[in-house]
Design a protein around this ligand. Structure first.
Ligand SMILES: [Zn+2]
Length: 216
C-alpha cells in the first residue's frame, strides 16, 4: 500500500510494519514467518535489482526475523545501529514468543547517529533513540518531514521498556530529541500511520513518563 510518494507499506502479517523506500531500501523484515508472501509483494511493487539495503530499526525478532532470508534472496546488506549489532547476532529472547528459535544474523553495516540512508528521492538521517533497545533508531527525512520511528514511538503510545535492555530514562531522552524534529508524517514499527499532531502525542507521552517516574 502506497503511504507516501515512493514509499510502500507492505501489507500482511509480517510481525511489524515493513516499509519499502524508493524500491531501494527495506525498513525491517518482520518475523520472516511469512517470507514467501512478503517476497511476492516486494516483487509486485519494485525492480528487486535496485533493492540492496535492509535497515533494521532495532534488533527485536519481530523486526529482524526475516533478515537472513531477505538478504540471501536480494544479496542485500543489513544495517543496524552499532549498539544493537550484538543482539541481532545473538539469541533473541523474543523469538520464542513467536514459537521459533533464535537465528544468527551478522550485520553488514553498523549505523551511528547522523549517518544517512540515501535513496533516489529521500535522505533519511539516522537518529539514535535508545530506550526500547540500546540501539533503537528513527529515520528522519527533514525536507519531507517524515519520521520512521520503529518501536520508539507509535501513533498513540511509545515502545515498551520492560524487555531486556529496555531503559525508560533513555526513552524519555529520546522522545525529547524527537520533539525537536519537525515531523508531519509518522510511520511507526507497529499500528497505524499518523499524519500531523505528532508533537502533541510526544508531549503527552513525555508527561506520562515523567508522572510514572514519580511513582517508581
Ligand atoms: Zn521491538
Amino acid at each position: 500500500m502506497k503511504i507516501f510518494r515512493n514509499i510502500e507499506l507492505l501489507d500482511g502479517q509480517y510481525g511489524c510494519n515493513v516499509y519499502l523506500i524508493d524500491g531501494e531500501v527495506l525498513i525491517d523484515t518482520g518475523t520472516g514467518l511469512n517470507f514467501v508472501d512478503m517476497k511476492k509483494q516486494i516483487e509486485q511493487v519494485c525492480d528487486i535489482r535496485h533493492l540492496k539495503t535492509i535497515v533494521n530499526t532495532h534488533s527485536h525478532f519481530d523486526h529482524t526475523g526475516g533478515d537472513k532470508k531477505t538478504r540471501d534472496w536480494l544479496k542485500a546488506k543489513i544495517a543496524i545501529h552499532e549498539k544493537d549489532v550484538d543482539d541481532l547476532h545473538s539469541a533473541n529472547v523474543l523469538a520464542e514468543k513467536f514459537g521459533t528459535t533464535a537465528r544468527i544474523i551478522t550485520a553488514d553495516e553498523a549505523l551511528n547517529f547522523g549517518d544517512f540512508i540515501r535513496t533516489t528521492n529521500f535522505n533519511f538521517e539516522v537518529i539514535h533513540t535508545p530506550g526500547h533497545t540500546p540501539g533503537s533508531i528513527c529515520l528522519y527525512e527533514k525536507d519531507k518531514k517524515i519520521l520512521i520511528s520503529g518501536d520508539t514511538l507509535f501513533a498513540d503510545s511509545v515502545g515498551r521498556t520492560d524487555l531486556p535492555k529496555g531503559n525508560q530514562k533513555a526513552l524519555t531522552d529520546s522522545l525529547k530529541i524527537i520533539l525537536d524534529l519537525n515531523t508531519e508524517y509518522l510511520f511507526p514499527g507497529h499500528g497505524p500511520m499518523k499524519y500531523g499532531g505528532i508533537s502533541f502525542v510526544v508531549k503527552r507521552m513525555l508527561n506520562h513518563l515523567v508522572e510514572h517516574d514519580k511513582f517508581l
